[in-house]
Design a protein around this ligand. Structure first.
Ligand SMILES: Cc1cc2nc3c(=O)[nH]c(=O)nc-3n(C[C@H](O)[C@H](O)[C@H](O)COP(=O)(O)OP(=O)(O)OC[C@H]3O[C@@H](n4cnc5c(N)ncnc54)[C@H](O)[C@@H]3O)c2cc1C
Length: 381
């Protein structure tokens, strides 16, 4: 009664097999060399797992939100950097799916569905992180073109992506700052667009994070997403759909760390027996698995809520992202602990997983901001 449909479990088995065979073998090298996971990108695209959420009408798989989470979770279980390929394709295209004209959807989405192109999402600026509405990037209509000027920062997969969903101020005099912001689609080849150097990060080192620059960047008038002034609304509505996917990423990282720890404690001997025999170790494993199980239910429930347009979707998306990312941080830290000194080295994956887990508490809104969102939902009305 209360379980995933068979097709979702079949999808999980297919993605897990692919991830273990074609992504896991390169995960340590991708992290060490801080390089884009090209093997993962090729394998995901060949199997049609690079952007499963895109509807069939735009040459996609038409997978539901829970299925998209399962793909991201299973890839993150072996390599968090690689899981950002399907995750950021969803983040970058969700504003288009929600609010763009049919013409723009047809122009952009099929190339992403087939893997010929990929998408990034550009909301943050140096001085406008949690406080997104104070962004400064400007877009002005000049005849039949929009001209963009400004800098966005922290853009995941910038440099790899061909399409960028960009939020910019179109009405600096708007009574409410949020209503003066519009959303656009920019292509990497558009004149006046460029990317900066890669940030030097703690984790997800295989996923480039860069600034992107708009210097009189000129795009056709019809590349606006929805009506002028609706951009921030679309950008925030997007996060209701994608915070469950960050929860899924966190969940996958935590599951990968637990699986590695279970194997290790059965093998490692101290005091003449496997360390798995000690109750102190068993209790840690039980707590890790219990929290992961709870996080999984929240992530899938929140994804399903966004899919059906449930009134509680905003609360559930923030709750799932926050809970799963906090669990990922705790579980990966405990996994390192269970490996002892070996866990602190790059000889085992748990060290990388602990570094990768941290970002899930920060991006798509820090966990403090998520708590503000949840409280606002509780107190409104
Ligand atoms: C690796 C990486 C990838 C990213 N990818 C993207 C991307 O693809 N696209 C994109 O647009 N952005 C992206 N981001 C940006 C990310 O979403 C922001 O970093 C995040 O929202 C926080 O903004 P900030 O860094 O400016 O922190 P700040 O807003 O300066 O926050 C600093 C601290 O203050 C706390 N804080 C701020 N305001 C409040 C408040 N009102 N109440 C309580 N605490 C508060 C925060 O929780 C945090 O702990 C990425 C960031 C990183 C590091």
């Amino acid at each position: 009664m209360y379980q995933l449909p068979e097709e979702h479990e079949e999808l999980r088995a297919a993605v897990r097999a692919l991830a273990e065979k074609e992504i896991a073998p390169y995960a340590a090298e991708v992290d060490e060399q801080e390089r884009y996971p090209v093997e993962a990108a090729q394998a995901l695209t060949a199997a049609g797992f690079n952007a499963v959420h895109i509807p069939e009408a735009y040459s996609g798989q038409g997978a539901d939100a829970v299925a998209a989470c399962i793909v991201i979770e299973e890839v993150a279980r072996v390599d968090a950097s690689a899981s950002l390929i399907p995750a950021v394709n969803k983040l970058g295209t969700q504003p288009i799916l929600l609010s763009a004209s049919e013409e723009l959807k047809k122009q952009v989405l099929p190339s992403i569905a087939t893997g010929e192109a990929s998408a990034s999402y550009a909301l943050s600026e140096r001085e406008a992180g949690s406080d997104t509405a104070s962004m400064r990037t400007r877009a002005q209509l000049d005849g039949d073109h929009w001209v963009l000027n400004g800098t966005k920062c922290w853009i995941t997969n910038a440099g790899e992506s061909s399409w960028y969903t960009v939020m910019a101020v179109t009405d600096p005099n708007a009574e409410k700052k949020a209503r003066g912001i519009s959303a656009f689609v920019v292509h990497a080849d558009d004149p006046g667009f460029s990317v900066g150097p890669k940030e030097k990060k703690l984790g997800i080192k295989g996923s480039p994070t860069r600034e992107i620059y708009f210097e009189n960047c000129t795009i056709p008038e019809n590349r606006i997403i929805g009506e002028p002034g609706t951009g921030l609304k679309t950008a925030l509505a997007t996060l209701d759909h994608t915070r469950p996917t960050i929860g899924a990423q966190a969940l996958g990282i935590a599951q990968g760390a637990l699986d590695a720890a279970v194997e290790y404690v059965k093998d490692r001997k101290q005091f003449g027996q496997a360390i798995s025999q000690f109750q102190g170790v068993q209790f840690m494993l039980a707590d890790m698995a219990m929290k992961i199980e709870a996080a999984r239910h929240m992530v899938y429930a929140s994804a399903a809520a966004t899919e059906r347009g449930d009134a509680r979707a905003t609360f559930l998306a923030s709750a799932a992202k926050t809970y799963a990312s906090d669990v990922a941080m705790e579980v990966t830290t405990d996994a390192v602990q269970l490996f002892g000194g070996a866990g602190y080295t790059r000889d085992f994956p748990v060290e990388r997983m602990m570094r990768d887990a941290k970002i899930t508490q920060i991006y798509e809104g820090t966990n403090q901001i998520q708590r503000m969102v949840m409280a606002r939902q509780l107190l409104k009305g």
